[in-house]
Design a protein around this ligand. Structure first.
Ligand SMILES: NC(=O)c1ccc[n+]([C@@H]2O[C@H](COP(=O)([O-])OP(=O)(O)OC[C@H]3O[C@@H](n4cnc5c(N)ncnc54)[C@H](OP(=O)(O)O)[C@@H]3O)[C@@H](O)[C@H]2O)c1
Length: 327
């Protein structure tokens, strides 16, 4: 079997998930050949059986077919995307939704020059949920769509709460409002405000002697993060945080509610319930790396989103097996 040689750029939560996914028997067509990180000394202590390089080093004679970029969307990917797409076919999970169109344009022009394929914004949202929104909209042209997220940890909101004075640690959960989900599931098509669709629950560890009520207020009224939602802040101990809030669960639903014919209601629902958001995202990135490799083999070049990739390209199974067992 022809192996797809994968390099991993960045060894955080998603990076670790990719490393785990590449060990699976079903991904036997892939092999992790190198890890590039800003912290090679530290990462080498964890990864004994894979060559680990500094992010600015060349990988020598190790052949890399696809590099999976696992850095953060805010600061890492905008720099690492252009840098690595010059050298390799690449996949990233850039998730700043509003900037995806401009990021696509930029990457498309770069990778076309170097003759590579770059899959941008892969994951579950953006990624699978984007696909479900497009499919729902295509199959039910007269529709209204809803995306609910959670219950899950929002890393951006957790970081924001951690910056409040007197907060030692914080974990923010996004929770869909059950009544809103039920209204859509039963065929209503309301206009919701943000507050009507989701609430936020923040677990915080406060510094000793900190003003609890001021912290609660500072979090709940924080513009762009919390002020448009009902937010509950619960104070817990460091031990409770470590024991009960160290996982990164997430998920959500994409609902397309439409009508056909003389007003027949049609509702499509896709749900993700993820005990580990980064591990699942990592598995999607590996499937997209396979697709990038296959697209490149066909002589395609440029930037792609998951909307541009036919499902068979993502699968480890042959087209014959897919027709026989999955149709
Ligand atoms: N599209 C989707 O559905 C989806 C879903 C989930 C996540 N994402 C994206 O994936 C991105 C990465 O998420 P993540 O959870 O893997 O973030 P993360 O754990 O914070 O890792 C991001 C980067 O930080 C560095 N890092 C990790 N641990 C470190 C440490 N102990 N000290 C210093 N640096 C460290 C790593 O780079 P170095 O190894 O080079 O230091 C790593 O690549 C997110 O920003 C988000 O954009 C997308």
């Amino acid at each position: 079997m022809e192996k797809i040689n994968i390099a991993l750029v960045g060894y955080g939560n998603v990076g670790r998930g990719v490393e785990g996914a590449l060990k699976l028997k079903l991904n036997a067509d892939t092999e992790l050949v190198a890890v590039l990180t800003r912290r090679p000394e530290q990462v080498r202590k964890e990864l004994k059986d894979v060559p680990v390089f500094h992010i600015d080093e060349k990988t020598g004679d190790i052949q890399v077919d696809v590099a999976i970029l696992c850095g953060g969307s805010k600061e890492d990917i905008p720099v690492q995307g252009p840098k690595f797409a010059e050298r390799f076919n690449t996949v990233d999970s850039f998730d700043t939704h509003a900037d995806i169109p401009s990021y696509y344009q930029k990457m498309d022009s770069i990778v076309k020059v170097y003759g590579h394929v770059h899959v941008i914004s892969a994951g579950w949202d953006p990624g699978i949920f984007s696909l479900m929104r497009v499919l729902g909209d295509a199959f039910l042209p007269q529709n209204k769509q809803y995306t609910f997220w959670g219950k899950g940890v929002s890393q951006g909101h957790s970081d924001a709460a951690r910056k409040v004075e007197g907060v030692l640690d914080a974990r923010a959960y996004t929770i869909p409002i059950e009544q809103a989900v039920q209204r859509v599931r039963t065929g209503e098509t309301p206009e919701f405000t943000k507050r009507e669709m989701h609430k936020r629950l923040v677990y915080a560890v406060a510094e000793e002697g900190a003003d609890i009520e001021r912290i609660r207020m500072d979090i709940a009224t924080m513009p762009n993060y919390y002020d448009e939602y009902n937010t509950e802040v619960l104070f817990i101990s460091k031990e409770d945080m470590r024991e009960n809030h160290s996982k990164l669960p997430h998920g959500g639903f994409v609902l397309t509610s439409g009508v056909t014919g003389e007003g027949n209601k049609q509702i499509l629902e896709y749900r993700c319930q993820l005990e580990s958001n980064p591990e699942f995202t990592a598995n999607v990135l590996v499937a997209c790396a396979r697709a990038a490799f296959r697209l490149c083999k066909e002589g395609r070049k440029g930037a792609f989103t998951m909307l541009d990739i036919a499902p068979g390209y993502l699968s480890p199974h042959s087209a014959e097996t897919l027709r026989k067992s999955f149709m």
